[in-house]
Write a protein that binds this ligand. Structure first.
Ligand SMILES: Nc1ncnc2c1ncn2[C@@H]1O[C@H](COP(=O)(O)OP(=O)(O)OP(=O)(O)O)[C@@H](O)[C@H]1O
Ligand SMILES: Nc1ncnc2c1ncn2[C@@H]1O[C@H](COP(=O)(O)OP(=O)(O)OP(=O)(O)O)[C@@H](O)[C@H]1O
Ligand SMILES: [Mg+2]
Ligand SMILES: [Mg+2]
Lengths: 225, 225
């Protein structure tokens, strides 16, 4: 499903090299539920952006369903992203001038799915935002924006959901509702990779990858954590 | 210190009225440490924006250190904000084209404090970001941006710190470091009001105000919570 080998990402900032990710290797099979944890600045979002084909590595290889991502053209990468991957950004990344409903509908329009309005509305209902469908992002609370981003990530029934800190702005009860959605999707076969710093979210995963200073510090099955 | 009476905020959205906050009344004395909790969308940020003089209520009164905020001109409100209040925004609200150091330095320049460069650098060190001073917000991780916003809020030694979900993007250990900073400021006499959904953050407060559907649901001293 997902196989990364010695994947690295270095940012050049003026004369300084920032090694955000160094020699990351692992394999994730279809249907796994993986939590990625680690200190602030340890490289979790950098890893998620690479797995989501939103950024290219500085070195190393990334095979997604046996496709070598580096051989794909930008259009082909966009196609993989739209058809196979649902991405929940740490900063939500919503279109500011579109309503919650239009934001959620976007992946369906890109993929030319019919009946997109109804499907988008159902995804908003699932995250508890039926009453906020016409609000724009700046007319929503922080946690409501986060939930619009979650609805948009799952609306197209992706094979893989990559969620970067999806409950950071949610109260415990709303957070539990969201994790139930991910658990149900996983029970139906969706691969879930979720960055979190919250123990009770990580406890739903069956495997925990710990990052530290840009490297994998630990990669363990979740029993006994 | 802070006294609000029947404070309400209603947003007009097309033909619909959204009652984000309804008849909120309480008093917070100087030196208190208060946690504000409640479900996503319950009115916490709306309350914080009103207390931080960033927005005007639809009705009700707000006395800050016996000053009726509604009688102040916009310039006087900006002056109160800069001199008395440190605000940590839920979405950080950093200047995108300024470095971390320049963002933290801004309140000192506004207040014409000399030696602002050194003071700003110390605040960044306190939140663990000495090595990221020259990075712009889009060259920082989510939790690093959040910590820049925290450093900016405390740099001017405000009488009151209003922090809206300051640990939502931080791992547990980094979050504990941040809460220690707030506890130390509170021990020195700073009034702290913090929105959080994390139990271990709220446990450091001595009083918890629970919101629900725009109203105060419970306002209790923290023993026994
Ligand atoms: N500009 C606006 N126009 C219309 N409705 C708004 C606006 N801003 C906020 N709201 C609504 O007011 C309600 C309260 O918002 P608020 O941001 O105060 O909630 P919150 O308690 O901070 O939530 P969260 O924990 O998700 O951050 C929400 O349901 C939101 O949709
Ligand atoms: N565009 C960039 N230019 C330079 N440095 C960057 C850039 N983006 C990220 N970094 C640095 O790379 C490191 C890893 O960032 P990343 O966003 O992956 O961390 P993270 O684990 O997601 O942290 P958090 O938990 O705070 O969100 C950080 O120290 C950050 O400062
Ligand atoms: Mg991150
Ligand atoms: Mg809020």
């Amino acid at each position: 499903m997902i196989e990364v080998k010695e994947l690295s990402k270095t940012y050049q900032l003026g004369k300084v090299d920032v090694h955000a990710m160094i020699d990351v290797s692992f394999r994730i099979d279809a249907g796994e539920f993986v939590a990625v944890m680690g200190p602030s600045g340890s490289g979790k979002s950098t890893l998620m952006n690479l797995l989501g084909c939103l950024d290219l590595p500085s070195s190393g290889s990334y095979l997604l369903e046996s496709l070598d991502i580096r051989t794909l053209s930008p259009n082909q990468q966009a196609d993989v992203r739209n058809k196979r991957i649902g991405f929940v950004f740490q900063n939500f990344n919503l279109l500011p001038r579109a309503s919650a409903l239009e934001n959620v509908e976007l992946p369906l329009l890109y993929g030319r799915v019919s009946n997109s309005h109804t499907i988008a509305r159902e995804a908003l209902e699932r995250v508890g935002l039926a009453e906020r469908a016409m609000h724009r992002p700046n007319e929503l609370s922080g946690g409501e924006r986060q939930r619009v981003a979650i609805a948009r990530a799952i609306v197209n029934n992706p094979a893989i959901v990559l969620a970067d800190e999806p409950t950071g702005n949610l109260d415990t009860r709303t957070g539990i509702e969201i994790i139930k959605i991910f658990s149900r999707l996983n029970a139906e076969g969706t691969t879930i990779i979720i960055v979190t710093h919250e123990r009770d979210v990580a406890s739903k995963a069956r495997r925990i990858i710990q990052m530290k200073d840009g490297r994998i510090h630990q990669d363990m099955l979740a029993e006994g954590i």
